[in-house]
Design a protein around this ligand. Structure first.
Ligand code: PRP
Ligand code: URA
Ligand code: MG
Length: 217
């Protein structure tokens, strides 16, 4: 897997990441969602550099200009719930993309530290031979992404897979690396060192789904 760790180079992205992590600023859910969306725009821009471009031309009122445009058939597939604002950020730039949504949640049959991933809802166009973007802001243990990939695989074979995420844990990035095809590309804003006993990223930001949309039962 090709890992693109975008905040390794300092940029305006650092400010958006700082705000979603900040325990005071993140309480403003409107700002939290918008910051995740802005990060999606930055990651989308970075990812766009890896797409396949071909010659095209555009007619202006005064003449004609040759330009290169990408010609990938793209499907944005977000993992509910927390993937939604990141999805919107990517869609702001990849506005011609098709869209898919899949649910994944942690089911705790016994205790907080013991969970399995349940994948249920899946609404998607065909992904066969397309550029698939798997979108989830948090890559903690990596189990959600791998469970989602196992479910999606039954519905077709994409030409290429890009994973788009905001905060990852080293352990989860390694897990994903071991379970996705070699030509997968990961576009991730930042990577933290640790996971706690509940599988939360440390220092991370807390629960992205709850911060964006409120707590759930
Ligand atoms: O890498 P993992 O260990 O699988 O954890 C990451 C998953 O956890 C979060 O979802 P969550 O289960 O909190 O659902 P939510 O989006 O509904 O809050 C997050 O959005 C990922 O999908
Ligand atoms: O740190 C984490 C781990 C899983 N889900 C989150 O929202 N945050
Ligand atoms: Mg959550």
């Amino acid at each position: 897997m090709e890992i693109h760790h975008i905040a390794e180079n300092d940029s305006i992205l650092n400010k958006f990441i700082a705000e979603i992590r900040d325990e005071k600023i993140q309480k403003d859910s409107l700002r939290f969602r918008r910051n995740i969306e802005r990060i999606g725009e930055v990651l989308g821009y970075e990812l766009s550099k890896s797409l396949a471009y071909s010659n095209a031309s555009v007619n202006t009122p005064l003449g004609k200009k040759e330009i290169k445009l990408f010609n990938n058939n793209m499907v944005l597939c977000s993992i509910l719930r927390a993937g939604l604002p990141l999805h919107q950020g990517l869609l702001n730039y990849f506005d011609d993309a098709e869209n898919a949504f899949i649910s994944a949640y942690r089911h705790h049959p016994k205790n907080d530290s013991d969970f399995e991933i349940v994948v249920e809802y899946f609404a998607s166009p065909s992904i066969n031979n397309k550029t698939l973007l798997l979108v989830d802001p948090m890559l903690a243990t990596g189990q959600s992404l791998v469970a989602v990939y196992e479910a999606i695989k039954k519905h077709g074979t994409p030409k290429e897979i890009h994973i788009v995420s905001v905060i990852g844990a080293k352990q989860g990035v390694d897990f994903v690396n071991n379970h996705f095809p070699e030509n997968t590309k990961l576009w991730i804003a930042t990577i933290d060192d640790q996971l706690n006993e509940k599988g939360y990223i440390v220092p991370g930001l807390g629960d992205a789904g709850d911060l964006a949309y409120g707590s759930k039962l």
